[in-house]
Design a protein around this ligand. Structure first.
Ligand SMILES: [Zn+2]
Length: 296
């Protein structure tokens, strides 16, 4: 039996969907539907402090109003905590993960690194912690190159040890890291290709390493260009990207298709949402998606 294509869209409910989210949803949806594949919806709600009340229902209704149709039940990462904990214990048991009590400032002090993303060289690797200590759990990262072929961005190779060092998979507040939850869920949901924004390109090798350490399959990856505002900032809740306005769904979908290098003909200028989707599914070509899009 030929294996079916299975894609997904996995928004974080930290606020309503914006144009950057629409691009990720559109790209992943068309890549799945053009291959008569499935498109699953997952809510990445593993970080309650960052969540916004009402965001989940706003995300679901916006997707419906834009004409997205997902397969199966929506998966909520918040309901997968037990599984993530099991995996953390499994990795610890295999000696692949360990508790670390270092604070940001102590890592900076010991390594002389400035602000920003810190590379953690594994101070606590061989140090059994006292009980009741405040700690996070880190994954051991060995020196070596992780390489993959991104459908849009080309060959990506990263040495995770040099880039991040041993990275956190469970935070000191007990919440699970994005890499851990996403790496496990993509593999266990049987996702065959992850299509998402290139702002997550850096995190991909971390998820691949987790999948590898657990003996899970790695999906393939396609990272879409990032939408920026006029000041060059990535569209996000932090850059105050406006929420998608469903009354302008056809205009915004046209804009999203153009951003992704798909050129709906002029004859579709007044098309309905259904007509636009039909055209987009029939004519989708991922080879036309640019790796980057310059500012307008
Ligand atoms: Zn440490």
């Amino acid at each position: 039996m030929a294996s079916i294509y299975r894609g997904r869209f996995a928004p974080t409910p930290s606020g309503p969907l914006h144009f950057g989210s629409l691009i990720a949803a559109t790209g992943s949806y068309l890549q799945a539907r053009a291959q008569r594949g499935e498109w699953w919806l997952r809510i990445d709600d593993i970080d309650p402090p960052r969540e916004q009340k009402g965001a989940v229902s706003s995300i679901l209704s916006t997707l419906e109003e834009f004409g997205f149709e997902w397969d199966g039940e929506v998966l909520y990462q918040s309901k997968r905590q037990q599984r993530y904990q099991q995996v953390v214990e499994q990795l610890k048991g295999k000696g692949l993960a360990y508790a670390c009590s270092c604070s940001r400032s102590s890592i900076q002090k010991k390594t002389g690194q400035k602000k920003g993303e810190l590379v953690y060289p594994g101070f606590c690797r061989e140090q059994p912690l006292q009980q009741c200590e405040d700690y996070s759990i880190r994954l051991r990262v060995d020196d070596g190159i992780i390489r993959f072929e991104d459908t849009i961005q080309g060959t990506i190779s990263t040495n995770l040890a040099a880039r991040f060092g041993d990275f956190v998979i469970q935070r000191r507040d007990g919440y699970f890291a994005y890499h851990l939850a996403t790496g496990i869920d993509d593999a266990e949901q049987g996702i065959t290709e992850v299509v998402r924004g290139a702002d997550l390109l850096d995190s991909t090798p971390c998820q691949m390493l987790i999948q590898h350490q657990l003996g899970l399959p790695c999906p393939s990856y396609a990272h879409l260009p990032i939408a920026c505002n006029h000041s060059g900032q990535k569209l996000s809740k932090q850059s105050h990207a406006p929420a998608l306005d469903s009354s302008k769904a056809t205009i915004l979908l046209q804009k999203s298709l153009k951003f992704l290098g798909q050129m709906p003909p002029i004859s579709l200028a007044d098309a309905t949402l259904d007509e636009l989707w039909q055209w987009a599914i029939e004519n989708w070509d991922i080879n036309r998606v640019p790796a980057q899009v310059a500012l307008e």
